[in-house]
Write a protein of this length. Structure first.
Length: 118
């Protein structure tokens, strides 16, 4: 086996510490006023939308409750819930026959196999 020439191998550089993706995502959530659930390191979950953020904290605006300034180092996760005003649009308004009912040809308990082994 030939000896490895370590001087010719290129060392991989570590990934950048800051990619800017966090700020882009928070800007999107803020601009669209997407409702989010923020899970804190202590397990508490608070909901609202992000109205403001900077490199150290976010401002979570809540309806009927006080706004919160939360340090980013206290946040475990931020999960999207729904965009403001989209709650009604996300619900289906189709009739059962249009949504794949018996006439729609959906596969159900009687999918044509008649209990025969495959």
């Amino acid at each position: 086996m030939p000896p490895l020439n370590l001087s010719r191998r290129r060392q991989k550089s570590p990934p950048p510490g800051e990619t800017g993706q966090e700020a882009l995502y928070l800007r999107f959530l803020s601009d669209k006023q997407v409702r989010v659930a923020v899970k804190l390191r202590d397990g508490e979950v608070v909901s609202g939308w992000i109205e403001y953020f900077d490199e150290r904290m976010i401002r979570l605006t809540r309806e009927g409750k006080p706004n919160l300034f939360i340090y980013k180092n206290q946040i475990r996760t931020i999960t999207e819930q729904a965009r403001r005003g989209d709650e009604g649009r996300r619900r289906s308004t189709r009739k059962p026959s249009e949504a794949g009912g018996p006439e729609g040809g959906s596969l159900g308990p009687d999918d044509g196999s008649r209990g025969e082994p495959r």
